[in-house]
Ligand binder design. Structure first.
Ligand SMILES: Nc1ncnc2c1ncn2[C@@H]1O[C@H](COP(=O)(O)OP(=O)(O)O)[C@@H](O)[C@H]1O
Ligand SMILES: [Mg+2]
Length: 274
């Protein structure tokens, strides 16, 4: 036992050590969701998890948030780190009568002090008027407002890691632009892990990239390295050729840096301004 720890690696904020995940192990329904996932993520990163439907994105997010345990390997979080998840259709999980109760449900459960301040501050962060929405039903909001309340519910727990499962799902252009500005705001002092089919949308906030191919880790690295390796076959079977990613790579190759903002690229052809 003593000798197994002699060559201990330096742990980052979140570490996956040789993680595999099976559902229904030793049953006729046994299915492998993830195979030998191995990476370390530093503090204040923005990690995109990209992959086709069924490639294991949601499973990976659940493991990263410690909501489930790996079958093989280890998920290690720095001690004291708090994570919160916004599920793909988080609004389907609303169950309180008012927005205020919905947002404060988690903090109440954790017996956090200062509920009034938590409510006001989180609502302001997600760009909703605390007083105006306080008594409204979360079920009767617009799609974009629902998504903001869902994010507020997670932020109310002051998580160090915020995990979002395909947050762009079923938002219109305006909702997408709001989402992007909100993520730019809340990434400060925080780590974000975002599962997505649409990596270019998050281009200007992304620091790291994990590409999953049928449960296998096709790529993990910095976003710069992802762009430079982007023509690799392993990545392109998952992340299709995209003019936006191509342009980002050109800028990186020419200047040695990622563009500061790709807003104009992102909005090209979409008719929206983020
Ligand atoms: N609760 C579950 N029981 C059995 N199999 C599951 C369960 N959840 C996911 N899977 C399977 O695990 C694999 C990965 O699923 P998931 O993590 O949801 O991928 P993604 O989010 O990329 O679509 C898929 O083959 C899926 O069918
Ligand atoms: Mg999923």
């Amino acid at each position: 036992m003593l000798f197994t720890r002699v060559f201990q690696v330096v742990e980052e904020m979140l570490n996956f050590h040789g993680v595999s995940l099976y559902y229904g192990l030793h049953t006729p329904l046994e299915a492998v969701a993830l195979t030998y996932i191995d990476f370390s993520l530093p503090r204040e990163s923005v990690l995109l998890v990209n992959g086709h439907v069924g490639s294991g994105k949601t499973s990976l997010l659940l493991l990263a948030s410690k909501l489930i345990k790996p079958t093989i390997g280890e998920v290690h979080l720095e001690p004291g780190i708090r994570s919160a998840v916004v599920f793909q259709l988080a609004e389907q999980q609303f169950f309180c009568e008012t927005v205020r109760e919905e947002v404060l449900y988690g903090p109440r459960n954790f017996r956090l002090p200062g509920l009034e301040d938590i409510y006001t501050e989180t609502m302001k962060t997600v760009g909703l008027d605390p007083a105006e929405f306080s008594e409204r039903s979360p079920f009767k909001l617009s799609g974009g407002e629902k998504r903001r309340v869902a994010i507020a519910c997670a932020l109310a727990l002051s998580p160090d890691i915020l995990v979002l499962d395909e947050p762009e799902t079923s938002l219109d252009d305006l909702g997408l632009c709001d989402l992007l500005s909100l993520l730019r705001e809340i990434r400060r002092n925080r780590t974000l892990i975002i599962a997505t089919h649409w990596p270019e949308f998050y281009l200007d906030i992304t620091t790291h990239m994990l590409v999953l191919d049928r449960g296998l880790q096709a790529f993990f690295g910095t976003f710069q390295d992802f762009l430079l390796d982007y023509s690799e076959k392993a990545i392109q079977t998952v992340t299709p050729k995209s003019p936006i990613l191509e342009r980002a790579r050109e800028t990186l190759q020419q200047t040695g840096q990622l563009p500061n903002s790709l807003e104009q690229v992102i909005t090209d052809g979409r008719g929206a301004t983020c």
